[in-house]
Design a protein around this ligand. Structure first.
Ligand code: NAD
Ligand code: DAU
Length: 374
């Protein structure tokens, strides 16, 4: 295909993280052909890629990763030598309502991609030489960590605060609790099985919670910003004490680029920001930041906080130890969380048309039917 040095298929490139990975790759590597393979579910939005869609080294293909014929054709016809696999159903609350869709896309879709890539790569004279299947996974597959320090203490592994003594490392066993994390854990097992059984070069990375532009507003941070703007209630599950480790999405995209090019096949790398926050503290930070940027009195909207029924099986704490990635490949998160939140809130307020588009019509009807409380 053309005179490109490499051809990489990025699945799920029209989604939140995928669009940042596509943008980075298309702009940074004009000698690579970047193919975005995406089904365009409710979470996929080509508007996320408007700034790269006319670049000569970018191609969009609408396909379902569960469609074996279509996926095989895209891999073979384009002589793909790398796959960065992000396509997935990604929202925990939806997985609690509809687990089948998660098993179909996340498990069967991943298996379909693996099998299609295997058949093509094994048909080549050089076999797997120069090929890579890079699977994007999540810290949620490791389960939940205890909260031994509910008030927070200095972290033993970074300069930040920690709410417990333990961290997820690459050696932590997979112990998923939600249908979403169970489906992601299952897909990881298939990826490693293709390495162990067929010798396919694979890499798996497990990342913590991402935030930043283009995130679908069913996820906590964009949901808060949009609801504050409209002065709607801000639903906080349980007591808001659950802890997540947050990473700016462009830092995740940079890590993926680094690992795709320099990671060791058959390895797992954890990616995280060493940035633990209790949900309630994030809610307050986002209210203060949004109010300030909207020209309202800071704290004016604190009264919108509404404690609601907890998520079923809600994991208490996630905290990623990403020192292997820092040590071996020199990657570091570039942005402080407070700075990243200002950048993120500003982006959503500057791009209200994007938000209004994804929260209009069908989406809102679907959302109301599913959750009945927004
Ligand atoms: P997202 O929901 O924003 O986007 C998912 C994309 O996949 C969408 O463009 C959608 O159209 C596409 N897709 C869904 N089903 C498909 C199918 N059957 N065939 C082809 N395309 C399909 O997701 P995200 O938050 O960007 O997450 C991307 C990946 O990163 C996922 O694998 C997720 O598990 C993982 N991850 C996410 C986070 C996070 O905080 N968002 C953290 C760690 C890992
Ligand atoms: O840890 C990585 C994971 O992070 C990814 O694998 C998932 O794809 C991604 O969706 C995210 O999962 P979470 O469940 O942690 O993200 P979410 O934004 O849905 O919720 C963050 C926290 O906020 C969680 O403890 C639940 C809580 N929450 C969420 C929503 C949507 C609320 O309190 N209220 C809400 O309305």
């Amino acid at each position: 295909m053309g005179n490109y040095k490499r051809t990489i298929i990025i699945t799920g490139g029209a989604g939140f993280i995928g669009s940042h990975v596509v943008r980075l790759m298309v702009n940074k590597y004009p000698d690579y052909h970047i193919i975005n393979l995406d089904k365009l579910t409710y979470a996929g939005n080509l508007a996320n890629l408007a700034d790269v869609e006319s670049k000569p080294n970018y191609t969009f293909v609408r396909a379902d990763i569960c469609d074996y014929e279509a996926v095989s054709r895209v891999i073979r016809d384009n002589a793909a030598d790398g796959i960065i696999h992000l396509a997935a159903e990604s929202h925990v609350d939806r997985s609690i309502v509809d687990p089948f869709t998660f098993a179909r896309t996340n498990v069967m879709g991943t298996l379909t991609l693996l099998q299609s890539a295997r058949e093509y790569w094994e048909s080549l004279p050089g076999g797997y030489e120069g090929k890579l299947f890079y699977h994007i996974s999540t810290d949620e597959v490791y389960g939940a960590l205890a909260m031994t320090h509910p008030g927070g203490v200095p972290s033993p592994v970074s300069a930040h605060v920690a709410y417990g003594d333990q961290f997820f490392t690459e050696e932590s066993k997979l112990d998923p609790h939600s249908p979403y994390s169970a489906s992601k854990a299952s897909s990881e097992h298939f990826v490693r099985a293709f390495h162990d059984t067929y010798g396919m070069p694979v890499i798996v990375t497990n990342c913590s919670n991402n935030y930043g532009p283009y995130q679908f507003p069913e996820k906590l941070i964009p949901l808060l910003i949009n609801n504050i703007r409209h002065r709607r209630p801000l639903p906080v599950y349980g007591k808001g004490e659950n802890v997540r480790d947050w990473l700016y999405v462009e830092d995740h995209a940079c890590a993926i680029d680094t690992i795709f090019h320099h990671g060791r096949p058959a390895e797992t790398y954890n990616i995280g920001g060493f940035n633990e926050w209790r949900n309630i503290d994030i809610v307050r930070l986002v209210i203060r930041t949004t109010d300030r940027l909207l020209g309202r009195r800071e704290d004016e909207d604190m009264g919108l906080i509404t404690f609601v029924t907890d998520r079923k099986g809600h994991d208490l704490r996630y905290a990623i130890d990403s020192r292997k990635l820092q040590r071996e490949l020199g990657w570091q998160p570039s942005l402080q969380f407070e700075e990243g939140i200002v950048r993120t809130v500003r982006w959503y307020l500057d791009n209200q048309a994007w938000m209004d588009n994804v929260t209009s019509g069908d989406y809102m009807n679907y959302y109301d039917r599913m959750y009945g409380r927004r």
